[in-house]
Design a protein around this ligand. Structure first.
Ligand SMILES: [Zn+2]
Length: 391
């Protein structure tokens, strides 16, 4: 497929900055093929918002999402805990029961079900047609649409955009749709990764072609104010590295709130320093494993494995036997010069299996291996004990 690119300006103040601090090409699997995608991230000189100034167009991204996310997310215990932590933040602001909620870009995560258990009514909005058709089992409460295209007579007491807002091509247009679908005194809830708390997977995972906006609490507050929302409650969550804002419509918000974010460049410098330390730690861990002889198997054929092979152990790549991925579309193809094998491959070798996928899927992959009968001593986790916080 050919991706179409667009140039973006700062949505808060309209300024353009074509002087990116991060330019990379990544090669995700899209429709079973590795597609080169360029990533270009810049900082607005006026307001400090960090964003991808050149990125795939909205139409291209829509196409990509159809293929990237085909299975429900959030089945791990860590993810459910994260949901409970979010619900704990929201609960004091909701009625005790009977609130009408919408979970935007749900990926069929258990959040809606968790709200229903508390006596609320919850709908889900999921843009992937494949995912809804395959996994929603005709549940009328799961609506197949992107937030930008959503149009319903329903008016919600809560509209949640959890780990969604940073992916939207036009966040102001999305907030306009949210605004039209809120009941009087209804609340919008945004949860995004916090630029001030470096992502544990490193810059190449955080600054990627799907994360279009990289918010601090200040830059997010500036953007939502522009869309006519005032912040009712806020929390930065050190455990989940996220910013949580609870918002209410307020026509005066745009005039009342604008604070240039002067910390952006300093945070980015911290981020890359942290990443160097992380890569050194990962390199130490893998070198130690290889000092015992033999080869390694890496589980995960995505951004993180690519960064690991290219930037962390390029000289040791010959000691990586192959990659494992549960995505059938990837199996049998090559990624970064390595053959991708199905999970059962783990049983045909004695090599340690390093989970090089995301921290959020570490637990689920470990469980899958233990269920298959892989000895616990062969399973290597990369993220479990890392110190993540920089701010
Ligand atoms: Zn700006």
């Amino acid at each position: 497929m050919n991706l179409e690119y667009v140039l973006r300006d700062c949505p808060v103040c309209g300024r353009s900055n074509r002087d990116p601090f991060f330019c990379e090409t990544v090669t995700p699997f899209i429709e079973g093929k590795q597609v080169p995608v360029s990533v270009s991230v810049t900082v607005c000189d006026d307001c400090g918002l960090v964003y991808n100034d050149r990125a795939p167009s909205a139409a291209s991204l829509k196409h990509v999402y159809r293929f990237l996310f085909r299975t429900p997310v959030g089945r791990s215990e860590r993810h459910k805990k994260k949901n409970r932590s979010q619900i704990g933040f929201l609960a004091p602001h909701l009625a005790a029961s009977g609130a009408l909620a919408l979970d935007v870009g749900s990926a069929l995560d258990p959040f809606a079900a968790q709200l229903r258990e508390m006596g609320h009514e919850a709908y889900e909005l999921e843009p992937s047609k494949e995912l809804v058709e395959k996994c929603a089992q005709g549940d009328p409460r799961v609506i197949n649409a992107a937030i930008e295209d959503f149009d319903s007579p329903l008016r919600f007491d809560l509209i949640a955009l959890r780990e969604v807002f940073e992916h939207l091509s036009d966040p102001l247009a999305a907030l306009d749709v949210v605004s039209r679908h809120l009941a009087p005194r209804g609340l919008a809830y945004i949860d995004v990764p916090d630029l001030a708390r470096a992502h544990p997977c490193g810059a190449e995972s955080y600054f990627n072609f799907l994360h279009l906006w990289h918010f601090t609490e200040t830059s997010l507050a500036n953007l939502v104010a522009k869309a006519g929302f005032a912040v009712v409650a806020r929390r930065t969550d050190p455990v989940y590295e996220s910013i949580r804002l609870l918002l209410q419509k307020d026509p005066g918000a745009a005039r009342a709130c604008f604070t240039p974010d002067g910390r952006a460049r300093e945070l980015i410098a911290d981020y890359f320093a942290l990443e160097s330390r992380e890569l050194a730690l990962a390199r130490g861990q893998l070198t130690e494993l290889l000092s015992r002889g033999g080869k390694l198997v890496l589980w995960g054929a995505g951004f993180r494995t690519e960064a690991l092979l290219r930037r962390c152990i390029p000289d040791l790549a010959g000691r990586v036997d192959c990659l494992i991925d549960s995505d059938r579309a990837k199996q049998g193809t090559d990624f970064c010069g390595k053959r991708i094998q199905p999970p059962a491959y783990c049983l045909t070798t004695d090599s340690p299996v390093v989970i090089s996928s995301s921290p959020s899927s570490e637990e689920a992959i470990e469980k899958a291996m233990l269920d298959m009968g892989v000895a616990p001593g062969r399973i290597v986790k990369m993220f479990e004990h890392r110190v993540r916080r920089i701010a």
